[in-house]
Design a protein around this ligand. Sequence first.
Ligand SMILES: Cc1cc2nc3c(=O)[nH]c(=O)nc-3n(C[C@H](O)[C@H](O)[C@H](O)COP(=O)(O)OP(=O)(O)OC[C@H]3O[C@@H](n4cnc5c(N)ncnc54)[C@H](O)[C@@H]3O)c2cc1C
Length: 404
Amino acid sequence: MDSAENSSDILVAGSGPVGLIAALSLARAGFAVTLVGPPPTTDDRRTTALMMPAIHFLDELGLIDPIREKTAPLRVMRIIDATKRLIRSPVVTFRASEIGEEAFGLNIPNSVFAAALAAAVLDEPAIVWRKTLVARWQLSGEHATAFLEDGAELEANLVIAADGRSSPARNAAGITIRTHSYEQAALVLTFSHGRSHGDISTEFHTETGPFTTVPLPGNRSSLVWVVTPDDAEKLSRLDDAALGVRVEEKMQSMLGRVTVEPGRQVYPLSAGLPARFAQNRVALVGEAAHVFPPIGAQGLNLGIRDIQQLVEVVIDHSADPGAQAALDLYNRRRRPDILARTGVVNLLNMSLLSDFLPAQMARSAGLSLLGALAPVRALFMREGLRPGSGFSGIWSGLREQIRR
Ligand SMILES: Cc1cc2nc3c(=O)[nH]c(=O)nc-3n(C[C@H](O)[C@H](O)[C@H](O)COP(=O)(O)OP(=O)(O)OC[C@H]3O[C@@H](n4cnc5c(N)ncnc54)[C@H](O)[C@@H]3O)c2cc1C
């Protein structure tokens, strides 16, 4: 295994969105990258709401212009408490214009995004894409070796584990993970509707989880409907017409007549948080580093921030990007953001499921506060877009007032 082409500084394991974006970002930063993972599936019915900071980053990689017309802007996000509980909160509406933005982000069909990412990776001469799986890892202090299913052996200084929630690379690195399976599953589908969505995404909070509509171009929206695994199974067995009636009822005909498009999928929900985000020449990104339920469109946004910070660390440690000092720095930098997002999303999800009155009161009080106080809402919106910017937004607002 001593041929130069079987050895590279950086090996990205996993070809989901995070692996493909990581490989592209590192290649554009001047590194030679080996990517290992199968071609992405074209049958992913989900859409992904990506916030503006992630969109700007992808735009710089040339990934947004070719797909822009298949995406829809998210100008307003609304939370409706649709629980039948004793304590309920008022509707909370977040408008991007309130914080001087045209839109919070764009909603992108996953199949469109995956095809665009794969095309860009194939076009990038600094990436060698081996369309197979890693069968086994051997990690030493000096380097990492990947034994591929096609029989090849690859050596690298740094392994970027973008190999998903059960991440074999994470396990090989000896990083333990705390996991939790929720009694919830997300039914995902696309529907057209009689009335315009007005670029509004609506998250109905119910006792089984959120029911979220997200705009697509024209009078179409995607739906993520979180219910018990049994109910998800039953709903997914309905024909399109019967399912359309259920969806319309749930939204109280808010978007007019609903027509469900053929094809739906069910995703079981779980949470996972590793003890560290890098160790033994392996750095975790995307769902290898954090798994939580789809509330508030956070997962891939967080994965893109993993990549941005990892690229910075790799540039600063280009002599040996997998050295312990580089891994320690990445671990320290990612910890606060990942812990905060994972904590908030899981807490919100559990407060929805909980019959415990104080938990419902806390959730309701939090949402009421958001609904009533514009500065708190602005803080929340800025934090949702970019961690830390909410507080700096308050600070610059205060400075502005003092100056006046
Ligand atoms: C219903 C739903 C809706 C969502 N909506 C949003 C949203 O609106 N906004 C948002 O930001 N996030 C959203 N998310 C989260 C988002 O989908 C995930 O964060 C994202 O898909 C994670 O991508 P990934 O590349 O890390 O993992 P994956 O997509 O799971 O990719 C992992 C890859 O690793 C490969 N792999 C596995 N084992 C190996 C191996 N041994 N060797 C090589 N490759 C391997 C797999 O084949 C796969 O290609 C949603 C999630 C769900 C479930």
